[in-house]
Design a protein around this ligand. Sequence first.
Ligand code: HXC
Length: 260
Amino acid sequence: MKKVFAEDILRDKVAFVTGGGTGITGGVARAFAEHGAKLAIVSRKEESLIPMKQLVEENGRECLAVTADVRDFVEVENAVQRTVEHYGRIDIVVNGAAGNFLCAAERLSANGFGTVVDIDTKGTFNVCRAAFEELKKSGGQILNISATLHYLATPMQIHVSAAKAGVDAITRNLSAEWGRQGIRVNGIAPGPIEDTEGMKRLLPEGLKEKITRKIPLQRFGRIADIENAALFLASDAASYVNGVTLVVDGGQWLMGTSLA
Ligand code: HXC
């Protein structure tokens, strides 16, 4: 996809990106680096981070790989501290770390439900909370990666729907509380995005064509579509945008097209 933003819109901004090694948030991290940002990418597993670190560095940008489980506040605090020791600041936080699997509500264990809520919702809070002082200093911002699953109802996804509804609540509440401190807080709700591990696992076999016909824009999204939305929200072009979760789904959720 052709680049639509000037390549220096995030020059020297430090972006702390959870889940930034792979998938949609990996694309966002890479796009931020291509537009001038210095990266700290965070994941539970180092092997999820190394290929992205190498790619970013090959392209002449800086990338710190930090292992931390977003469910563990102390690990998150340490990851924030390492980033600040390395770069001296944090300007942008992207909460992209997420858990997901398909499971009917009557078969889902309490721990299965809680695990996804812990990763997505509590993890998002933990990272925002741990980065608050740095974001206050830098006049920074937060971008929470959400979903559209909870706008209507999505069978087999009660855990993720509840978790992402919580993420959206965090976006709104923090935008109100921290906007006063100069921190913008927004979200992005991707629709069906092709070529992601999540979609490969979550999309039932043979349904892609049927779903495509029901998407007003008649195609699945691409990771680049989410990258561009994130670049806009992270840039000065969005300096008066606060408390919004931007839906990037080709109009899919309005049609009530369940993915599961
Ligand atoms: C039912 C499952 C399950 C499954 C795990 N559990 N996988 N239950 N079906 N397929 C249950 C386990 O039985 C256990 O409960 C509990 O969840 C914790 O599982 P663990 O494996 O011990 O936890 P952990 O190692 O922490 O792993 C958590 C995980 C994670 C959530 C399963 O491995 C994961 O999500 N990996 C995928 C990451 C991913 O694809 N992220 C992209 C998300 S895309 P019990 O009771 O047995 O102890 C996304 C987009 C949403 O979010 C929008 C899509 C349209």
